[in-house]
Design a binder for this molecule. Structure first.
Ligand code: AMP
Ligand code: GLY
Length: 417
């Protein structure tokens, strides 16, 4: 199949790696990609949030499937533009992508669909914020209403800090104050062709920058899958009580969701609650879910895009343990340093069971690899169990040199056997 993948993160590299491993050969073009993706497939530079440009490119190049990785092009309506030209697209249109792009819209959908989530209050002024903080109590959860690249949420017991965070985001699209929920987090990816849904395997993401869940929230510093501690009926129950009602509600409202609904969940003592939806594959969760996927990915993406998931068997996953650890630049997430040399990648990826998914990497002078700030790459390791997978991941990180590079040392530590 001729596939166009939009994006430049480790998530897109993981998707491409999985597609290239299939028996069926694919011709893949990635826009814009990164240095790691460019080593594997053809990359082009193209304005990924401009629907007309992406659609023209897809038509002119006989693309048979467009896979949109990040949220920005989805929220900008890129999938609509491509779909209008008759090309199957994996990714929701602008209206359905609001499930990620607007926390207030997501809350409304959940309310209408009867989906369990924390109480939330939309605030338009600082007075509203203060009243909501008093009503919902400490710890305070303050969320930017629009897209914020993982930086919009503050959980704090400090009322002044809560007000300051809210004040900043009030000037950037509004805020939602939410009830604090306690418990382990789970990310569950659900494929939806607008009507039929199929679940992928659950994963756990580590959102805080530092070990022991300290430091600021980030886009995600690591992940693992499977989650041995989940009850056996977890996925089925989330499908019935959360994913299906939400997909049905979006369809009812005239904005069918075609693509991947990322259910961000907290397992509280009172049951599972939704903390967020995303309209795309999660990063870094994709890096641990796809290596375990046995069913060919291209068939799943194509059937999703084409409205033909009905009657397909649930995707199959291997039992192996998969861990990913994100290497980020010095200064991430506030002010990442860019342009530093990145070495040791060949040694790292030669370790058995290890592969690298590149994110912010580029080729500098004379072709040497440089880190372009933010999340630089994901080390992905599989093993018979989490002890083995973790050992391999951290051995690979020891081999990689990046001045000031940051990574967590406790990813999947709690599930080591
Ligand atoms: P979000 O971007 O909504 O996923 O939020 C980022 C992170 O903030 C989540 O992964 C949680 O760790 C935390 N968080 C979000 N909402 C809540 C909540 N209602 N209660 C407790 N923690 C939350
Ligand atoms: N890992 C969180 C996200 O993809 O939004």
């Amino acid at each position: 199949m001729r596939i166009l993948v939009i994006g430049s993160g480790a998530r897109e590299h993981a998707i491409i790696t999985r597609l290239l491993a299939e028996d069926e050969p694919h011709e893949i073009i990635c826009a814009p990609g990164n240095a790691g993706i460019a080593a594997d497939v053809h990359t082009i530079s193209l304005d990924q949030t401009n629907g007309a440009i992406v659609a023209d490119f897809a038509v002119d190049n006989n693309i048979q499937l467009v896979v949109v990785g990040p949220e920005a092009p989805l929220v900008a309506g890129v999938a609509d533009a491509v779909r209008r030209r008759g090309i199957p697209v994996f990714g929701p249109g602008k209206a359905a992508a609001r499930i990620e792009g607007s926390k207030t819209f997501a809350k409304q959908i959940m309310q209408s669909a009867g989906v369990p989530t924390g109480r939330g209050v939309h605030a338009a002024t600082l007075q509203d914020v203060a009243a909501a903080l008093d009503e919902l109590g400490s710890p305070y959860v303050i969320k930017a209403d629009g897209l914020a690249a993982g930086k919009g949420v503050l959980v704090t017991q400090d009322r002044e800090a809560a007000l300051a965070h809210a004040e900043f985001w009030l000037g950037h699209g509004g805020v939602l104050i939410e009830e604090y929920l306690e418990g382990p987090e789970v990310s569950l990816f659900v494929l939806s062709d607008g009507d039929t849904v199929l679940p992928l395997a659950p994963a756990q993401d580590f959102k805080r920058l530092l070990d022991d869940d300290r430091g600021p929230n980030t886009g995600g510093m690591g992940a693992y899958s499977p989650l041995p501690w989940l009850p056996a009926d977890f996925v089925d129950s989330v499908l019935e009580t959360i994913a299906k009602p939400v997909i049905r509600q979006l369809e009812l409202e005239g904005s069918p969701f075609i693509g991947l609904l990322y259910c961000g969940l907290i397992v509280t003592p009172n049951g599972v609650r939704v903390i967020e939806f995303n309209a795309r594959f999660g990063d870094p969760e994709t890096q641990v879910v796809l290596p375990r996927l046995v069913t060919p990915l291209s068939g799943l993406l194509f059937a999703t895009a084409n409205g033909s998931l009905e009657g397909m068997p649930a995707p199959e996953f291997s039992d192996e343990a998969c861990v990913t650890v994100v290497l980020a630049s010095e200064g991430y997430p506030e002010s990442p340093v860019t342009g530093r040399a990145l070495t040791g990648l060949e040694t790292a990826s030669a370790i058995h069971g290890v592969h690298l998914a590149h994110a912010a990497t580029a080729r500098g002078e004379e072709g040497a690899l440089v880190a372009m700030g933010g999340r630089v790459l994901s080390v992905v390791a599989t093993g018979a169990d989490f002890t083995e997978a973790r050992a391999r991941a951290y051995l690979a990180l020891d081999a990689i040199e990046l001045e000031g590079g940051q990574y967590r040392t406790d990813i999947a530590l709690q599930v080591e056997s």
